[in-house]
Design a protein around this ligand. Structure first.
Ligand SMILES: O=c1ccn([C@@H]2O[C@H](COP(=O)(O)OP(=O)(O)O[C@H]3O[C@H](CO)[C@@H](O)[C@H](O)[C@H]3O)[C@@H](O)[C@H]2O)c(=O)[nH]1
Length: 309
């Protein structure tokens, strides 16, 4: 494993979270992270009592959570945060849940998610009391529309939107675009971006399915818009939303990136009554709104500009 792969795996474990259900009470591991914190807001708004489990610096990995917390507190119902990375390098689009997983996975992160899904599936086969929903959410971006929570990386980020945020804040001089020679219309990678609030609401829908006794054991769902956007489309949408130029530098492909990940979200619509509600423009608007309310890193003149929107 290269050091960049290790870092990517490390930073993604930092973001790992799960949502569990125990006698009407929800526990969110990694509840102070980007997705976890939005889940906590949605759960509280839906009148759940919530316990947040986080070490604030790094977070708890999914496997630690299963081994220790679940056994101690007899938690047998929870949501696992999975990833489209379990599909490896898909050849058919849009990706459906029934497509093969585990073949051609290009990074350790995807491999770990795949292996944990297998273990969870086995657990539900052995003991019928376990009800687990694995959410394979595609690329969550955006920020809470209130502007109170959003993505605020402390280190140089790996992911596209936090990187763009750092460029907008002039903490980084330009966005490095990893590859413009993919088999896509503009040559840059295509991903299925969803608003982080939609991703959080997906957790709530999944918890409701379990609470209503409808979950058959181990189930997995794609959470995505069902529509892909390229890296350059995201850059343009963010330039439009912010009115700011985002300098870019073309670089070779990043190890492990697949050209396209775009899902079919109809199973989630059918069983979870879930679908995306925010457009790409709204995701970018909410990032900008969050930046305006959290202007640290901008100079005074820019802060003034941000205030004026
Ligand atoms: O500085 C950057 C960062 C990213 N990208 C590109 O932007 C796209 C999206 O990258 P990123 O935001 O890192 O998302 P993914 O690589 O698609 O990884 C996402 O998709 C995985 C599933 O494959 C998830 O599980 C991860 O959590 C999630 O970050 C990719 O084409 C990257 O090459 C750049 O060009 N420059």
């Amino acid at each position: 494993m290269t050091s960049s792969q290790k870092n990517r795996m490390k930073s993604r474990y930092h973001n790992a979270h799960s949502v569990s259900l125990c006698a009407g009470h929800s526990g969110v591991t990694g509840g102070t992270g980007f997705i976890g914190s939005h889940c906590v807001v949605e759960l509280i708004q839906a009148n759940h009592s919530v316990t947040v489990i986080s070490n604030l610096a790094n977070s708890v990995s999914a496997s630690d959570f299963i081994d220790t917390l679940c056994k101690k507190y007899c938690v047998k119902k929870f949501i696992f945060s999975s990833s489209p990375a379990v599909y490896g390098k898909p050849i058919k689009f849009p990706i459906k849940e029934e497509y093969a997983t585990g073949v051609g996975i290009t990074n350790p992160y995807g491999k770990s998610k795949y292996m944990i899904e297998k273990i969870l599936n086995d657990i539900t086969l052995i003991d019928k009391e376990w009800k687990i929903i694995s959410l394979r959410y595609f690329n969550p971006i955006g920020a809470h529309p209130s502007g109170i929570i959003g993505e605020n990386p402390t280190e140089i980020p790996d992911q596209l939107m936090p990187f763009i945020i750092q460029v907008l804040k002039r903490k980084l001089p330009y966005l490095t675009v990893f590859g413009n020679d993919f088999e896509t219309p503009d040559g840059t990678c295509i991903r299925d971006y969803i608003h982080v609030v939609d991703a959080a609401r997906g957790h709530l829908s999944a918890l409701n399915r379990i609470a209503n006794g409808k979950c058959g054991g181990f189930e997995m769902y794609n959470l995505g818009m069902g529509k892909g956007h390229s890296v350059m489309e995201i850059v343009k949408a963010m330039q439009y939303a912010t009115g700011k130029n985002i300098p870019i530098k073309m670089m070779p492909r990043r190890l492990g990136d697949v050209p396209c990940l775009c899902c079919d979200p109809t199973l989630a619509a059918k069983n979870l009554s879930w679908k995306t509600t925010f457009t790409l423009e709204e995701m970018c608007r909410d990032v900008f709104n969050w930046l305006k309310k959290n202007p640290n890193g901008f100079d005074d003149e820019e802060k003034q500009e941000l205030k004026q929107g």
